[in-house]
Design a protein around this ligand. Structure first.
Ligand SMILES: [Fe+2]
Ligand SMILES: [Fe+2]
Length: 193
């Protein structure tokens, strides 16, 4: 499934305005999001030692997200920004709270949540790339949008490795609705979510 087709609802236009109005705050939040994405990929390997098919792709994903973190941190340093204490991402937290606790269902949910979050990243990095004036940053965010698309595909591919298509389809339909609710519940602000 193409990342763009996963999203039921577009990000409101007020979001990109909030981001461009305080791009420094956005960068700090974005850096944290990349770091958390990397840690999340590692946690799949740690929590599913018996699911070998996850290991290499998740380690590769962790490295790529960490590279994104490094790249965003370079921008943070260039601007001499200083971050405050780490804060919870309310959108990610709302989705994670809905993940099932039963082991098998939990794996499916975690993969599908990964997929919808990455799909939102495709859209939002694409918006930053399209609207930001600085040409270098525009290129950087357009590139990030493409790599998020690969990540969204990776999560759905791994779900297909372990679960039936019909099970995935039904649960993904449910997650797409929850993603829309979680996205709309957070007022537009200078943050990735
Ligand atoms: Fe990333
Ligand atoms: Fe990603």
């Amino acid at each position: 499934m193409l990342a763009e087709t996963i999203l039921l609802e577009k990000t409101p236009a007020t979001w990109i305005r909030a981001v461009l109005d305080d791009f420094d705050a956005f960068l700090l939040d974005h850096a944290a999001a990349e770091r958390k994405a990397s840690a999340m990929a590692v946690s799949f390997v740690v929590q599913y030692p018996d699911r070998y098919a996850l290991h290499t792709p998740m380690i590769r994903l962790a490295r790529e997200e960490l590279l994104h973190y490094q790249q965003v941190m370079a921008l943070v340093h260039e601007r001499q920004l200083i971050w405050e204490r780490d804060v919870k991402d309310p959108y990610v937290a709302a989705l994670r709270d809905l993940i099932a606790t039963e082991r098998e269902q939990r794996l499916l949910d975690r993969l599908l949540v990964g997929s919808v979050i990455e799909a939102r990243g495709v859209e939002r990095f694409g918006l930053v790339g399209a609207h930001i004036e600085d040409a270098g940053l525009a290129r950087f965010y357009t590139r990030l949008s493409k790599s998020e698309a690969n990540h969204a595909d990776l999560f759905t591919r791994l779900a297909r490795h372990y679960f039936d298509a019909s099970v995935i389809q039904e649960r993904l339909a449910w997650w797409r609705e929850r993603e829309t609710e979680a996205m709309l519940a957070v007022p537009p602000r200078a943050a990735l979510h």
